[in-house]
Design a protein around this ligand. Structure first.
Ligand SMILES: Cc1cc2nc3c(=O)[nH]c(=O)nc-3n(C[C@H](O)[C@H](O)[C@H](O)COP(=O)(O)OP(=O)(O)OC[C@H]3O[C@@H](n4cnc5c(N)ncnc54)[C@H](O)[C@@H]3O)c2cc1C
Length: 409
């Protein structure tokens, strides 16, 4: 049996490779640049460590306090689910460490890791002839049974299938080294900032790493040129918390803003960012890349003799959407009603002060599963949302001008 080619040895590709190896399938793991560090905030739910048996020393910080701040509201609340446990935290990782660990595991389990760039492929009923280039731009042909496109937002595998680029947002991030006393504030805290001046249609963030923080902004289509200015606005808004810091790295990358119509094609499956599986509301993509890598690998292994589009769509696409459609639909809706304008963002930040909203947020984030809340809670939240909406409309019409640095309420 010919091996399966996994293009991209980041989180999604490496988990796909590990899954294939565990199922006895030969794997070639192709990575364009083994020194590449994926620009990323590095926030992951702790269930990643349980599901993929990862050591907790990959975690830089355990965030137990979340901050959501708009121009007028600031909510600070514990990372706590409905069933409190010692897994109620957000794990902060550095991709330079996290990705390398998982990639090395794939190699230890028998994947053949090659440094090279995927260029194109010819698909036939016999298999796939994939072309890649090594560092000295020499072309090589790999004869494989199937391909997993784990090559991120600018996926060359998707392009080789003739698929269009997905709508993208850009995320721009600065890593800032802070003196110990300034770092203390961020040790167990992660913050999201809302407002036109820091992120017109997404949000800005500060996430803690072991001796520095990652401060970033998201900007949707048409606003990417403003990314640098938006980040500077965030830094001036947080001059008390970040002002003493020293910049150590700037990173930027695109994020796909919605999933592809199909994840599978004849002998090819797309996963993670290549498939557009990032959550548009939060920009969260690490868990989804790993999970889709695992599920696509299982489907390919089950049909290794003939991984047709029909078989893969039945065992990967359909299974994926059966499990996660409610999560994607809910979060897309949340993005539309929460980030789409200053008033919506103020309502969203005000709603984050509601303990039911806080609990439901962390129930779904930590468990990666959305359970409808009891009717009584839904009614309470709706009532709260309506009163927040009326209040914000009145303030927008008659209230004082917006402050830029809200204090905790
Ligand atoms: C600034 C920023 C902050 C983010 N913060 C978070 C966060 O806090 N939490 C979270 O969950 N998600 C976050 N995300 C999203 C997350 O980074 C991605 O969703 C995730 O990395 C997707 O994983 P992937 O395996 O699909 O692809 P990627 O991680 O993008 O990896 C693709 C891999 O393919 C390789 N590759 C590309 N082209 C080729 C080719 N032609 N041949 C061979 N190899 C190739 C690349 O070198 C790379 O290693 C953030 C994204 C950005 C940009």
């Amino acid at each position: 049996m010919k091996p399966v080619l996994v293009v991209g040895a980041s989180v999604g590709g490496s988990i796909a490779a590990c899954t294939l190896r565990a199922l006895g399938v030969d794997v070639i793991l192709l990575e364009r640049d083994l020194n590449y560090i994926k620009p990323c905030g590095g926030a992951v739910p702790p269930l990643v460590f349980n599901e993929y048996d990862l050591p907790e020393d990959l975690i830089d910080r355990k965030v137990t306090t979340a901050v959501v701040a708009s121009s007028r509201h600031m909510a600070e609340f514990p990372v706590a689910s409905s069933h409190p446990s010692d897994r109620d935290f957000i794990a902060m990782v550095r991709r330079e460490k996290f990705d390398r660990y998982i990639r090395q595991r794939a190699v230890d389990q028998g994947a053949t890791l090659i440094e090279g760039k995927f260029i194109g492929m010819e698909i036939s009923s016999q298999g796939v002839r994939a072309t890649c280039e090594d560092k000295s731009r020499r072309a090589h042909v790999l004869e494989v049974s199937a391909v997993i496109g784990a090559d991120g937002a600018y996926s060359a595998v998707a392009k080789a299938l003739g698929l269009e680029r997905l709508p993208m947002a850009v995320a721009y991030q600065e890593r800032i080294h802070l003196p110990d006393d300034a770092m203390r504030y961020w040790e167990t805290r992660a913050a999201l900032y809302l407002g036109d001046e820091v992120s017109p249609d997404l949000y800005a963030w500060v996430f803690p790493k072991y001796d520095h923080v990652a401060a970033g902004i998201g900007a949707g289509a048409g606003k990417t040129q403003r990314a640098r200015a938006l980040l500077n606005n965030l830094k001036s808004r947080l001059k008390d918390q970040l002002g003493a810091g020293e910049s150590i790295l700037f990173e930027a990358h695109h994020l796909p803003m919605h999933p592809r119509k199909h994840l599978s094609y004849d002998r090819v499956a797309l996963i993670g960012d290549a498939a557009g599986l990032v959550q548009a509301t939060s920009g969260e993509g690490i868990y989804w890349a790993m999970k889709s890598g695992e599920m696509a690998a299982r489907a390919i292994a089950a049909h290794i003799a003939n991984p047709s589009a029909a078989a893969l769509r039945r065992d990967y696409d359909a299974q994926w959407w059966k499990r996660y459609r409610p999560t994607y639909t809910f979060l897309q809706l949340l993005q539309r009603i929460s980030y789409n304008g200053d008033i919506q963002r103020e309502i969203f930040a005000a709603m984050c002060q509601d303990p039911d909203v806080q609990r439901l947020t962390f129930d779904s984030y930590l468990a990666k599963h959305i359970e409808p809340a009891p009717w009584s809670v839904q009614m309470k939240i709706t009532g709260h949302w309506l009163s927040a909406a009326v209040r914000e409309l009145i303030v927008a019409r008659f209230g004082p001008p917006r402050r830029s640095a809200p204090q905790p309420e």
